[in-house]
Design a protein around this ligand. Structure first.
Ligand code: PEP
Length: 250
C-alpha cells in the first residue's frame, strides 16, 4: 500500500514568527495521523521551521532549488544547502515557477536528478492549462511533462519521486477537478511510468493531486484509487484547515 503524503505549499507567505506559531499549533492536531505531513516553506522560514518541527511528525520542505552544487548563481540555493539544514522535501517545477520564472522540462529534469543524488524527496509538479484541457490535450501534456521530468532516472530513483498532478486552472482558483477526472489524470501519469519502468516501479510512485484542495473535498479526492494525498496551497496557510485536510481519514 502506498502511503499518503499531504504537503502544504506556503508559497511566498509567512514570516518566521508566523511559521513557528503555525507549527506549534499544527503539531498538536496532526500528531496521531498515519499520513506523511510536509510543509514546504519559504527559505527564510526553513531554519525556524526545522527547529520547531523537531520531535514532531511534521517534515519540512523547500519550494525550489538549483541543480548545481555551488557557483556564480546569485540568489539561488543548492540541494546540498537545503540538505545541510535538515530539509527533507523539495517542490520542483511548480506551475508558478514554470510560468513566471522560466522553469522548463529540462531544468525540472536537472533539478530532479540533483535532488535525488543529494537525498531530498522531490515533489515534481505537472499539469495542463485550461486551454490545453479544452483542446483535448491534457493527457498529452501531463504524460509528456512526466516523461521529460524523469528522463534518465534509474528505476530505484523513480520510486522515490513524488509527482503532484496539478491542473493549472485549479490552482488558487477555488475550482477543483472532479474526483473522477483527477483520478483519471493520475492514472494516466502512472500508465506512462508503467510504459517506461514497468508495473512494479509505477505502483510504488506516490502521485498527489493539487488544485484548490480544502477540508471539504480532501476526503473524496484522497480516497480515490490512484491519488496518494495532495499538494495544498491556500488551505495550508491556516493550521486548523490544514490539520483537517491531513486528518481527512480520521
Ligand atoms: C499549489 O500551489 O500547489 C496549489 C495547489 O494551490 P491551491 O491549493 O491554493 O490551489
Amino acid at each position: 500500500m502506498r502511503r499518503k503524503v499531504i504537503a502544504g505549499n506556503w508559497k511566498m507567505n509567512m514570516l518566521p514568527n508566523e511559521a513557528i506559531e503555525f507549527i506549534q499549533n499544527l503539531e498538536k492536531q496532526v500528531k496521531d495521523t498515519q499520513n506523511e505531513v510536509v510543509l514546504c516553506v519559504p527559505y527564510t522560514d526553513i531554519f525556524y521551521s526545522i527547529l520547531n518541527a523537531q520531535g514532531t511528525n511534521i517534515k519540512i520542505g523547500a519550494q525550489n532549488m538549483h541543480w548545481e552544487t555551488t557557483g556564480a548563481y546569485t540568489g539561488e540555493i543548492s540541494a546540498e544547502m537545503l540538505k545541510s539544514v535538515g530539509v527533507e522535501y523539495v517542490i520542483i517545477g511548480h506551475s508558478e515557477r514554470r510560468q513566471y520564472f522560466a522553469e522548463t522540462d529540462e531544468t525540472v529534469n536537472k533539478k530532479l536528478k540533483k535532488a535525488l543524488e543529494v537525498g531530498l524527496n522531490p515533489i515534481v509538479c505537472v499539469g495542463e492549462t485550461l486551454e490545453q484541457r479544452e483542446n483535448g490535450e491534457a493527457t498529452k501534456v501531463i504524460t509528456s511533462q512526466t516523461e521529460k521530468a524523469i528522463s534518465g532516472l534509474e528505476a530505484n530513483q523513480v520510486e522515490k519521486v513524488i509527482i503532484a498532478y496539478e491542473p493549472i486552472w485549479a490552482i488558487g482558483t477555488g475550482k477543483t477537478a472532479t474526483k473522477e477526472d483527477a483520478n483519471e489524470a493520475v492514472k494516466q501519469i502512472r500508465e506512462k511510468i508503467v510504459e517506461i519502468y514497468g508495473q512494479n516501479v509505477a505502483e510504488r510512485v506516490i502521485i498527489q493531486y493539487g488544485g484548490s484542495v480544502k477540508s471539504t473535498n480532501a476526503k473524496e479526492l484522497f480516497e480515490m484509487s490512484d491519488i496518494d494525498g495532495g499538494l495544498v496551497g491556500g488551505a495550508s496557510l491556516k493550521p486548523d484547515e490544514f490539520a483537517k485536510i491531513v486528518n481527512y481519514n480520521k
